[in-house]
Design a protein around this ligand. Sequence first.
Ligand SMILES: Cc1cc2nc3c(=O)[nH]c(=O)nc-3n(C[C@H](O)[C@H](O)[C@H](O)COP(=O)(O)OP(=O)(O)OC[C@H]3O[C@@H](n4cnc5c(N)ncnc54)[C@H](O)[C@@H]3O)c2cc1C
Length: 510
Amino acid sequence: MSRTPIAIAPRRPAEIPGEHGMKGITPRETLTGSAVAVGDAFIQSLERVCASVDVDDNSRTDYARDWWPLGMVWATTGHVARMPAAVARPKNVEEVAAVLRLANDAGIPVTAAGGRSGVLGNSLPVFGGVVLDLTQLSGITDLRTDDLSVDVMAGTFGDAFEDELQKTGHTAGHWPQSMKLATVGGWIACSGAGQMSTRYGTMADITRGVTAVLADGRVIETSQFAHSATGPDMTQLFVGSEGTLGVIVSACLNIHKKATYTESGAWAFDSFDAGVDAIKRFSQRGARPAVVRLYDATESRRNFDTKDQHILLVHDEGDPEIVAGIMSVVRSECDGKPSDKTLVERWLSNRNSVHALDELIMDRAPDTMEITAPWSQLPRIYHDATAAMMAVDGTRTATAHISHAYPGSAGLYFMFGGRPELEDRPRWYRDVWNAGARSVLGNGGNLSHHHGIGLQRGRLMGEALGSGMEMLQLVKDGLDPKGILNPGKLGLKNPFGPTPEWADKAAPKA
Ligand SMILES: Cc1cc2nc3c(=O)[nH]c(=O)nc-3n(C[C@H](O)[C@H](O)[C@H](O)COP(=O)(O)OP(=O)(O)OC[C@H]3O[C@@H](n4cnc5c(N)ncnc54)[C@H](O)[C@@H]3O)c2cc1C
């Protein structure tokens, strides 16, 4: 059965912490190098092909920022990474294609933006140019309940999309903490993972196909079959591409029937490694419950007021017989003491909260680093990377939890913070990231599990991908030969100059 279409009103991205302090000022830029020159004639041509184009300081300042913690620090002194010359808000695919054609002919950078909830500077236009805000492309265009698939526009916000699916008795199963902040296009472009991805899969599994506009304005569609042997899978090229290979305008996603049954459990382990081993055992027996989270002792104390315990939360939803079977396997492998089941409810009710980040950013400089670790290396990666981050001058805390589990590996999510002086924070953010990421890479982990690369991790891409970097560059050169799409990201070469960096010392108040 097909239900088509379902309107979802477009909305603007949510306010980013620190935004109020930026209104009415002309911010200064912190990055090295400079923006590509954009003349009045180009802006006038842009206005002819796209109905909504903003060039005022407030709009440009907004789109010079995302949820990257260092950007929030810069905002306190009236600084941004780099200002775009214009913000274009296309209302349909034709306008997206026209903007890209124009920019490609003129050699002007174009950076796609959804909800701007990236936490690594992913959507920051580091060479200026045009930010292409996709949030006007909103709504479900087709829902095929027999085939369990949905076509959705790229700028649709996650919460609104899921609300509409739930009304029809379905779910996409993608539940990032940033559900209200992020768009479907951003989910795909960052290869995101929701909190229930152990059951429903990450965006790499959920995305069946995309419609994307290439740098020269060509509109392409990738295969939308659940599985296909007609050559390499082109859809996966766009998953995790962070706006560097094309602009996603819509996607075909897998959906599921809404769950009718849930079961949960909590366990306490005497050591993090013992908890890791239990998850490995049940995952390798084929149990994939929706939520699997193991907190180290510090995070357990912070979240659940426990003492010297490593808390594991497991929650599953779906068909009663399947869930019961999975939870029975989980229980039999969890030899730690069963803990209070209401801890799961506590976590479920707080899981999308982002409040208080404003004060926390200034007070404790919190940040997060998520990576994938093979089971064989996970304990070593956890111990060495937290130690490496703690050894950086200014760090006060480095902890971690397992956030996603697979048969061969797990997603490990580090949380760290410190109290470096405000002017010393740019140095501290770079050093702590270098220390943590290099420790993980050196022990056989990867660079990112689900937040992507952005500006913060670009310099580490060569170390992470090795010879794969050359292949990525070849793909980039083929799809975007003039290098206009989100230049300065993913460690790729670009024609506009060296990838911008930031100074160790924060600039004084502008
Ligand atoms: C509090 C908080 C919690 C978070 N929790 C999670 C989580 O649980 N799981 C998770 O995966 N992530 C999480 N994130 C990170 C972030 O929300 C995701 O990366 C999200 O997918 C980004 O979507 P967006 O629409 O905000 O994209 P943006 O931030 O606007 O853009 C991100 C990148 O995608 C590109 N892009 C955006 N739209 C398109 C498009 N249509 N076509 C091509 N490229 C595009 C941009 O150029 C940029 O490189 C969290 C962020 C915050 C602030």
